[in-house]
Design a protein around this ligand. Structure first.
Ligand SMILES: CC(C)(COP(=O)(O)OP(=O)(O)OC[C@H]1O[C@@H](n2cnc3c(N)ncnc32)[C@H](O)[C@@H]1OP(=O)(O)O)[C@@H](O)C(=O)NCCC(=O)NCCS
Length: 181
């Protein structure tokens, strides 16, 4: 499914975006907060995985194009993940470095949240960042998330935030189902 925001049109992210995205994921400015730069083969694998996620769930990461120019300015959206030992849906964002500071991450994040809490009917969405990722943490704050807990993800310390359709969830993370764990 495709979605849009004030300045951006989004289409499901997939193998067709490899040539546009590979240089972005190889950029050290991006690698600094993404666990290192990603070689082209790894980007190709991520794009294939995202296409499968879209096919299975009807949502995933999208490629965000600026309507005025047609330029790809970001990738991001909603994804099922296991983080901090729990199955969650996360919102993620990544903007091409030349376009940082124009509000695109906040704009795509808001559109993805509206889609997740609206059409998809989610009750909880999380986001997690490296503790020192000040730009992303500012976006998290602007989108109304509340700090929930520290987690280790992909071997690195992260900070996990959560919110529900009406803002931060009260009372912390949901309990695991009875008998789980
Ligand atoms: C994080 C990222 C997506 C932000 O994208 P963006 O389009 O520049 O974000 P926005 O413009 O919507 O908002 C950025 C905010 O951070 C603020 N900011 C910029 N540099 C900052 C810094 N060094 N410290 C604190 N805040 C900073 C901006 O002023 C802005 O806040 P404001 O609107 O209150 O002024 C982008 O930097 C990126 O792609 N980074 C690499 C990938 C990544 O880390 N993704 C997130 C993984 S969790």
């Amino acid at each position: 499914m495709s979605i849009r925001s004030a300045r951006l049109d989004a289409v499901p992210l997939g193998p067709a975006h490899l040539d546009a995205l590979a240089p972005v994921m190889a950029d050290p400015r991006v690698g600094a907060t993404m666990g290192g730069v990603h070689p082209r083969e790894r980007v190709a694998a991520m794009l294939a995985a995202n296409a499968a996620h879209q096919a299975a769930h009807g949502f995933g990461y999208w490629a965000w194009h600026e309507r005025a120019t047609g330029a790809l300015v970001a990738r991001g959206g909603l994804r099922h993940v296991v983080v901090g030992g729990r199955a969650e849906v996360e919102v993620g964002w990544l903007v091409v470095p030349e376009r940082w500071g124009e509000g695109f991450a906040t704009e795509l994040g808001a559109a993805a949240l509206a889609h997740g809490f609206g059409a998809v009917g989610l009750q909880r969405i999380v986001v997690y960042t490296l503790p020192g990722n000040a730009r992303s943490r500012r976006v998290v704050e602007k989108l109304g998330f509340a700090y929930e807990r520290d987690v280790v993800h992909a071997g690195l310390a992260h900070v996990l935030f959560a919110r529900g359709p009406d803002g931060p969830p009260a009372g912390g993370p949901p309990r695991p189902p009875a008998g789980a764990g």
